[in-house]
Ligand binder design. Sequence first.
Ligand SMILES: *Cc1c(COP(=O)(O)O)cnc(C)c1O
Length: 357
Amino acid sequence: MSSIRIDPAIESAIAGFEMPEHLGFGVVMAPVMYRCDYQDGRWWDGQLLPYGALQIDPAAKVLHYAQEIFEGLKAYRVGGGDVTLFRPEMNWERMNISAQRLCMPEIPRDIFMQAVQTVSAYCQDFIPGNSGQSLYLRPFVIGTQADLSVAAANTYSFLVIASPSEVYHSGNMRVFIERNDSRAAVGGTGAVKVGGNYAASLQSLRTTRAQGYDQTLWLHPADHRHIEELSGMNFFAVIDGELHTPALSGSILPGVTRDSLLRLAGVNNMAVRQRPMAIDELLQALQSGSCSEAFACGTATIISAISALGEASGECYEIPAPGPVAQRLRTQLLDIQEGRGADDFGWVRPIDASCYP
Ligand SMILES: *Cc1c(COP(=O)(O)O)cnc(C)c1O
């Protein structure tokens, strides 16, 4: 493990923290955070600090040119047992793909693993223990060089903050089909986890909400015909008993949950199809009854069933939700994540003993 400095103020930060009764998602911040800075061509020692405001130069590149990447994963402690993480190496690998795309330095594996594990270990008493609850971890990297020229920064901070949380959105979702705007372009940053993608999704979200829907369904940026994903979740449908999801198109974010569900469906002996999925074909399949379910997935939400797909014209296709496939996959995945189900894939990682206080 790389070296880490534990700030002496950590102890009182932890002692002074009170868990509120209502958590929500990503609202309550855990009292510690990890930080590691990059300068002179290398990452320096990590630090565990009390959670608090950052000092940042107003000319820092992240504030002007959005040189920011992030990840999202959860630490689990259901039933009060050992703290575990779910497939954290997938987040590490993806973060480095995002880093490459934004010309940021890669994060060495031991720094990433030490960061997420140390934050989880010091927050062990703040990992809520009911099913569905977790400590949501948010690693992110920002370009900090104070310089308004458009170029990659030469200094960065890698931080991990954490939030004791409920499931993000556990109910059924009404989803609005976005036929005009695009979330991301092929060759752009849609396939990586950068904050700018979310900024680009907000205007459509506003229209979506104004029409009584919860989430936007994005279509392929070039043809506006093929389904991509939601703003922060991948899309699935059950058609003729098979599990369909849009093939990765270059502007779809390859989700860890998406990958996990595809593999779980495989062991359920369910046929899996990754293919271009035309929205109009899906709507026809809904009308004919061959499409029986639609749902979205992501780390925060796990699986959320889609109960309606709506158009700007006012047309709305109601879908029975939650359907049996979504419910079964959700139970299977959550059972593995929370330590009840057999971890046949080797996805669950205990926190290394050396990371605890
Ligand atoms: C994070 C994210 C997802 C879900 O990915 P998971 O690894 O399953 O959490 C899906 N789409 C977008 C755009 C995302 O940013």
